[in-house]
Write a protein that binds this ligand. Structure first.
Ligand code: UT7
Length: 312
């Protein structure tokens, strides 16, 4: 039994916050943000839109795309560090709202690597034959934990949601290999303080990310018994174009073979990989049988990568 993605959906908030808007809020410039991060604008959810609303919207689209009814979902995993509240979890909230009465449900907290942790967890239950369908959502309302007076972080983050339905796919397709990792020693470089604000040592996280994104990508390709030449598309966590470029160069892929949404959505943490994957599929850039590598890193520190052959 092979687990693969059989449906995708995303939710992007309407409100746009541009670099020029940020110039009026903190001491920064469009030029600095663009050249250091690749970000031009990001989306901010309105006050009445919470993490669970975004998760629900993305999940509904993924279920429709997969042609799977809510009552046929066995498990819901929501990767987020910005749940509406500690409990009930976002996963339980959307379980009720979707009418997925049969599903067990829990949130996963692994920061920007959360969606990778979710897919790998879901895969285990499908491949063991325990469950048929697992809904995995990556969603964040990072605007809620951003200190809008701190230029080090205020320019980086955005809100959004992406969702995938995992199910069994034909032999040779689906998740081929994965790597998950954590290093708690680096927790001090990226954390939430007592005021619920994100604090980051950008340079330390940058160094870690450049090294790890490249290494994990290569590791999952090798574990799948493939080589760099076999990779058709890279979906990196959208944190910073310079970090993404480092991973792409390590895989020796041309620019058009890497997903880039960071310029329009900023860093949406756990949501960035599923949003990007969803957009590439909709744009027709990934075809049946293509090998894709997804790779992410985040606070914890955590990381995760997956090699997958696209298709059902
Ligand atoms: O999903 C995981 C989340 N985290 C990340 O992905 C972050 C990883 N790190 C990064 O992306 C980069 O380190 C940053 C984009 C955060 C910063 O880029 P950098 O090239 O590492 O810049 P830096 O931290 O070395 O700072 C350079 C200068 C500093 O001034 P001094 O000390 O050289 O005088 C900063 O104070 O830029 C200054 N600076 C800014 N200037 C204008 C920092 N933020 C800003 C800003 N606008 N928004």
């Amino acid at each position: 039994m092979n687990a693969g993605i059989i449906g995708l959906g995303r939710y992007i908030p309407e409100k746009v916050l541009t670099n020029h808007d940020l110039e009026k809020m903190v001491e920064t410039s469009d030029e600095w943000i663009r050249t250091r991060t690749g970000i031009e604008e990001r989306r901010i959810a309105s006050d009445d839109v919470n993490t669970s609303h975004m998760a629900l919207a993305a999940a509904k689209k993924a279920l429709a795309d997969a042609d799977v009814a809510a009552e046929d979902i066995d498990m819901i995993l929501v990767a987020t560090v910005t749940p509406d509240q500690a409990f009930p979890t976002v996963a339980c909230m959307i379980q009720e709202q979707l009418g997925a009465h049969k599903a067990c449900a829990m949130d996963i907290s692994a920061a920007c690597a959360g969606f990778m942790y979710g897919l790998v967890t879901g895969k285990q239950f499908i491949e063991s034959g325990t469950f048929k369908h697992v809904l995995v959502v990556g969603v964040e309302k990072l605007s809620r934990i951003t200190d809008w007076d701190d230029r080090n972080t205020a320019v980086l983050f955005g809100d959004g949601a992406g969702a995938a339905v995992l199910g069994s796919v034909s032999e040779g397709k689906g998740i081929l290999s994965f790597e998950l990792g954590a290093d708690g020693r680096g927790g001090k470089h990226l954390y939430l303080d007592e005021k619920d604000h994100t604090i980051m040592n950008g340079r330390e996280v940058f160094k870690f990310a450049v090294r790890q994104m490249g290494e994990s990508s290569v590791n999952v390709i090798e574990k799948a018994g493939l080589s760099k030449e076999d990779v058709d598309f890279l979906i990196p966590h959208q944190a910073n174009i310079r970090i993404m470029e480092a991973a792409r160069e390590r895989l020796e892929l041309p620019v058009e073979k890497m997903s880039k949404t960071v310029h329009k959505y900023g860093n949406t943490s756990a949501a960035s990989i599923p949003i990007s994957l969803c957009e590439e599929i909709e744009a027709g850039k990934i075809h049946d049988g293509d090998v894709i590598v997804m790779v992410g890193f985040g606070g914890g520190l955590t990381w995760g990568a997956i090699a997958m052959r696209w298709g059902r």
